[in-house]
Ligand binder design. Structure first.
Ligand code: 2AM
Ligand code: CA
Length: 279
């Protein structure tokens, strides 16, 4: 269980608020994840239970953020759009990214929180993001212009600057992706892309949490990531973390990546090589 009293005084007030909310929400998820194991064997299965766990975590996160930043608006997976008195600031929340993993007792899921800001009528921009994996206690985070970091509680609790991999040879590179969900178009296209990337790279992983895929790419564990049809809350925090680490983030279908949810991420050298195989 994370110790919420840990000193985080080196962080900006906003980052402290966001990380605190993520850790608070994660307590509920961890407790419920422990129960999932028992429920696997019940006839009804854990699906209903998990959707309640999801909602509960979201409530806790919204409650904490709302207390520290009153008036801010929200876009959250379960609650949808909540317009506050301040329409220029909006938290974008995924209380449980990797729901299918959680449901099956697979310890690979995360809480994702981003803050979007609109100033003087300029287009909205992502100004802060956190992705927290409560199982590994890894907190990935970034603020606009300040770089991206990982705190996993080791090395005296110091933040480690995130840097993407420097690989530039496609054959040596490892990529992450997501498979289009049941009922969505694009399976044939995806299989073609997968074939192209698999055949020429070091491999492809499909772990089931887009937020963690982005965080891991920012950390240089993957050399790139692509997926289509994602929701704003799946990728908002991850986009900023990847960009602040030094990666290129683009939409696979033109327009704004947050709006389209069709995302491709890689370093400068690999981006054209990956694009060529998935566009
Ligand atoms: P979720 O776990 O919050 O649903 C996996 O490829 C990624 O796609 C996850 O980040 C997952 O988020 C997201 N996703 C969005 N819509 C989904 C759906 N209908 N079914 C499964 N995963 C979905
Ligand atoms: Ca999600």
């Amino acid at each position: 269980m994370p110790d919420l009293s840990e000193t985080t005084s080196h962080l900006s007030p906003l980052m402290r608020v966001m990380q605190f909310a993520a850790r608070k929400g994660s307590r509920n998820l961890l407790r419920d994840f422990g129960e999932v194991e028992h429920l696997q064997v019940s006839r009804k299965g854990p699906a209903d239970f998990v959707s309640r766990a999801d909602k509960k975590a979201e409530e806790v996160i919204i409650e904490n953020l709302g207390r520290d930043r009153p008036g801010y608006s929200f876009l959250a997976e379960e609650s949808g759009e909540i317009t506050g008195s301040d329409k220029t600031h909006r938290f974008i929340i995924d209380p449980l990214d990797g729901t299918t993993n959680f449901l099956h007792g697979i310890p690979h899921f995360a809480i994702s929180i981003a803050l979007e800001r609109e100033i003087d009528g300029n287009p909205k921009e992502l100004v802060a993001g956190v992705i927290y994996n409560p199982i590994t206690d890894e907190m990935f985070f970034a603020e606009k212009g300040k770089g991206a970091y990982l705190n996993d509680g080791t090395r005296g609790g110091a933040d480690r600057r995130l840097r993407p991999s420097k690989r530039d040879i496609f054959q040596d590179s490892l990529f992450a992706t997501g498979i289009p969900f049941l009922g969505r178009p694009g399976h044939a296209k995806f299989l073609k892309e997968l074939h192209q990337v698999m055949g020429h790279s070091s491999g492809v992983r499909r772990m089931g949490s887009a937020a963690l895929d982005l965080a891991w790419t920012a950390a240089g564990r993957y050399d790139g990531f692509w997926e289509r049809g994602l929701a704003t809350w799946d990728i908002a925090a991850g986009i900023l973390i990847a960009q602040e680490a030094g990666l290129i983030v683009e939409s696979l279908s033109g327009g704004d990546v947050l709006d389209t949810g069709d995302i491709i991420v890689a370093n400068e050298a690999l981006m054209p090589q990956l694009k060529q195989r998935v566009e």
